[in-house]
Design a protein around this ligand. Structure first.
Ligand SMILES: [Mg+2]
Length: 278
């Protein structure tokens, strides 16, 4: 990467942060509750921590669908969302502005997101995780606060070359659903698969967006904490609705967790269709 585009991107980020900081706003942090159960926790402890995947009697809990956040989860983070949200949730703040300012702010964000596409990289280990889910017939979905064009770029530039099918459904900012942490999009994804939310896993790198969304939907939740920043923050950040069922440090760890602790099965209707075809 040349120096000039990097500086331009850094300038865009500073501009976005200043944009938010200048307007104030913000959202109260959710609190209370216990610390998240780690990957080393037992399935029973995991269920108690807020998951509740459908358990077979005497067997491992069943998972029939996995839904992912995109930025910082499926892809290596390029935009510093933590910086952008330090003074409040950027979309909440902008949506409270008058229409003209709102349009200008969304145009600035679109510019940042478009610049970030050039630097988009797949999260290490994602290829193998997708192959494991596909082999088990477990559908993969995606819910992002990013725009549809970024999702399309991700699919066409990063998945196709690996012979992986797109994430389906893929819910982006333009979709009619309220954005995370609302559980609406995740409930829609589960319904589209014909799977109970309790047999779905929501995976993401944001406790307050992805984990709260999954917990509110009644799904299992996995926090991807690559640099350990959330785990190191103590019980406060990962408590209450933001307490994940599991915390993993990599996609490889997530793959092992799902394969070792859970039984991966297709949605029931797919299982029945396969049985009927035999
Ligand atoms: Mg994210």
């Amino acid at each position: 990467m040349s120096g000039a585009p990097l500086l331009a991107r850094a300038g865009l980020l500073r501009g976005a942060a200043a944009l938010i900081a200048g307007r104030g706003g913000g959202r109260a942090r959710r609190g209370g509750g216990g610390m998240a159960a780690a990957f080393s926790s037992s399935p029973a402890a995991a269920a108690a921590a807020g998951g509740g995947a459908g358990a077979e009697s005497g067997g491992k809990p069943i998972i029939r669908g996995v839904c992912f956040d995109m930025d910082g989860t499926l892809t290596v983070p390029v935009i510093d969302f933590a910086l952008m949200r330090r003074k409040g949730d950027i979309l909440d703040v902008i949506n409270s502005w008058p229409e003209e300012e709102r349009a200008r702010a969304y145009a600035a964000i679109a510019e940042i997101e478009a610049a970030a596409l050039a630097d988009m990289k797949l999260m290490p280990g994602l290829h193998e995780l997708c192959e494991a889910l596909d082999a088990a017939g477990v559908p993969r979905g995606l819910i992002t606060r990013n725009v549809k064009s970024s999702v399309e770029y991700f699919h066409s530039n990063h998945l196709t070359s690996l012979n992986l099918s797109p994430f389906e459904p893929a819910i982006s900012r333009e979709c009619a659903f309220p954005y995370k942490p609302s559980p609406a999009a995740l409930l829609h994804v589960a319904e589209s698969w014909g799977v109970a939310p309790s047999e779905v896993v929501m995976v993401g790198d944001s406790p307050k967006d992805d984990i709260v969304c999954g917990n509110r939907a009644g799904a299992l939740t996995v926090l991807l904490d690559v640099d350990g920043r959330h785990s190191a923050g103590g019980a406060g950040e990962l408590s209450g609705e933001a307490a994940p069922t599991h915390v993993v440090a990599s996609m490889g760890e997530l793959r092992r967790l799902l394969l070792e602790r859970y039984r991966l099965l297709p949605p029931l209707r797919d299982q029945r269709a396969a049985a009927g075809a035999e």
